[in-house]
Design a protein around this ligand. Structure first.
Ligand code: ACO
Length: 377
């Protein structure tokens, strides 16, 4: 059987840091609340597009695999904060990379987009449809955040990372997947203002309003990730003792701890980045994977569990068996252009465009879906 080995990896984190103290300059919040409820101390705000973040991370992953951009036949772009819907974002990454032979696909399952993309691209390689795939997890949430809402504004950040998958006869890569969706709870997380349901109804840039039932999402996230992890381990015939590393979606430290406890995996085996990057949605798992590799925590043959959940509410858990190589074959000289503003300056700029329209638009936005069963506000 053909396997899909992970042979390259690379991250691209925007340099500007938004601290909890920065957030408390314009929100009724404080460092104590944010760190005790979420584990987050800071997050990044991007000065470039999501496609640029994605392209730089992909270039680094391709160099790490010792490949040329022309070797890539598939780009899978996982994320939900795309700059545009048409044209898609993967085509923008293809252009920025110069990877002209690559099919270019966007995949949006919110925070699980990278993991769903990894599962899908692995299956395409296993079927023979693709030989060299790049899977990118990338988000630019700062641009569609409702910065007046402390319930959500403190939780998210920007970032990107990518992996390269290659057809291989060696066993390894994604060896188990469990994908699911708790659609009954899809109304617990909605970003009003994004999508065709709003376009043409007078809703303009910056009019984002988040419906966000944090405690309900919390409970369902733990349940979804725990059940998916149980299932994927059971089906692969492995137990928690066999897991070398757990690389979960990073939405809240307390969620990570609950999922690890349920699975019977000690926290020493869990990669945690939420304290410094917050929730980067689709980018959290690949960024954590890259950091684990850079810190030497991934060993040849490591068995990894990757649980995730996101809007939808989609959930999943993947089992990945790492190959023999844990060091890069090459490096890329692709860099982001320098940021000229601080994170707080960038956020204040976005806030100034959102106000004064955003909050007063709620009444206008709700009727958009009034004659539709799906998405009724
Ligand atoms: N600063 C200060 N106080 C706050 C803040 C804030 N930033 N946000 C909320 N509060 C207040 C609330 O108003 C509430 O006050 P009240 O009791 O006077 O009404 C109080 O803090 C408690 O709020 P809760 O919602 O009960 O706090 P909880 O302990 O549940 O933590 C949190 C909230 C962090 C959002 C948690 O529920 C959570 O992490 N949920 C999951 C979120 C998540 O995973 N989101 C991602 C979804 S999918 C994706 O990744 C896209």
């Amino acid at each position: 059987m053909t396997n899909a080995a992970i042979t390259g990896w690379g991250a691209c984190m925007p340099p500007a840091v938004l601290t909890n103290a920065d957030l408390s300059t314009f929100l009724d919040t404080n460092d104590e609340w944010i760190t005790s409820r979420t584990g987050m101390s800071e997050r990044r705000i991007s000065h470039v597009s999501a496609q640029e973040l994605g392209a730089v991370s992909a270039a680094r992953a391709i160099a790490c695999a010792g490949l040329d951009v022309q070797d890539v036949d598939l780009i899978m772009y996982g994320g939900c904060s795309n700059e545009e819907v048409v044209p898609n974002s993967a085509s923008g990454v293809q252009l920025l990379l110069g990877a002209t032979k690559a099919a270019s696909v966007d995949i949006n399952t919110a925070c699980t987009s990278f993991l769903y993309g990894l599962a899908s691209a692995s299956a395409m390689i296993q079927s023979g449809m693709s030989k060299v795939a790049v899977v990118v997890g990338v988000e630019l949430i700062s641009r569609y955040m409702d910065w007046s809402n402390r319930n959500v504004a403190v939780l998210f950040g920007d970032g990107a990372a990518a992996v390269v998958l290659q057809a291989s006869d060696e066993p390894g890569g994604v060896i188990g997947t469990s994908l699911g969706c708790d659609a009954e709870a899809r109304d617990t997380l909605r970003v009003r203002g994004m999508g065709a349901g709003y376009t043409g109804f007078g809703v303009t840039y910056g009019d984002m309003i988040w419906d966000f039932d944090g405690p309900n999402i919390f409970k369902r996230a733990v349940r979804g990730m725990a059940e998916a992890s149980d299932k994927v381990m059971r089906e692969a015939g492995v137990t928690a003792d066999d897991i070398d590393l757990c690389i979960p979606h990073q939405a809240n430290l307390r969620i990570l701890e609950s999922v690890a406890k349920h699975a019977g995996i000690p926290m020493e085996k869990v990669i945690v980045t939420v304290q410094k990057y917050g929730n980067m949605s689709a980018a959290t798992v690949p960024v954590a994977l890259v950091e684990a590799l850079e810190q030497g925590r991934v060993k040849p043959g490591s068995l990894m569990l990757m649980p995730g959940f996101g809007g939808g509410l989609t959930y999943c858990s993947l089992l990945v068996r790492w190959g023999q190589r844990v060091t890069p074959l090459g490096t890329s000289d692709r860099e982001l252009r320098p940021a000229t503003k601080t994170a707080l300056e960038m956020v204040n700029e976005i806030r100034s465009k959102q106000d004064p329209h955003g909050r007063s638009r709620e009444g206008l936005m709700a009727p958009v879906f009034s004659d539709s069963k799906v998405g009724a506000a």
